[in-house]
Unconditional design. Sequence first.
Length: 285
Amino acid sequence: MAIYLVDYENVYIEGLTGIEQLTEEDTLHIFYTQNRCGLTFGLYRQLIACKAKVELDEVSVSIKNGDPVKNALDIQLMMFAGFLIGSKSTDALYIVSKDKDFLLGTDFYRNYIPEGETGFRVVPSIAASMEEPVQEAETASAGTAAYDAFLTNLQAQITEESPTESFAMLCDRYAVPTEQEELSIPMALPEETFAVPMQTAPLPEAAPLFTVQYCNTVRNLLGKNADEETVSRVCEIIYASDDLVAFNNALARYYRDGQRTKQVYHKFKPKFENLRHLSRVVRKG
């Protein structure tokens, strides 16, 4: 089931290209204002024949007795999109618009709602939503091939070196991620890269004297249920990580839980550089 929110002021009739491909399980909301609400007889016939549920949503352009509000339709459309995501009303949600401002909404969704189960995209037309995002598909395929090749070569080498240890034990010893989504390696790795086990810089044996501000910031991001050991460990991980790739891999080794790693990573990602700076501020006294 998919829900389409059409910014009719922006895409007009062209945005409804592909309407005939919708099914009875889909819902089509056409957001319009009196500034632009016309349609052709041809489109009218398509709307009548459309198998999806069609809703025509006229939105206000100004508060009562007030001046017109800039981007009035966009504000109300995005608010409705948030309602649909929060109520988990659909598996796939599309905003049909060429307005790039909506991409701020999809970026916010990916960065701050990591547990979201709704596919959320901005497309220029209904027909465009039926197409697979080629770049993402190719990247995923390349990542899968690199990961499989890495594990195959690693297993052959370290099994020969340590035949008495299980492959899982060796992966743990060499800090190999246990879930493919946490593997942060380039998509095209040279062959010689696979010849040696992945090594990562160890965390400092003795934790630096972090400032109270830094520790409290980390504690607040982790949440009220975080214990002091976890707070201290994440403080050290940030201190020892040179970039987000190293930070993600270190979290994966600490939590050993892909979902939990993803949640923590997304919370810290926007503030990572500031936190690294704070971690290096010397405590006075």
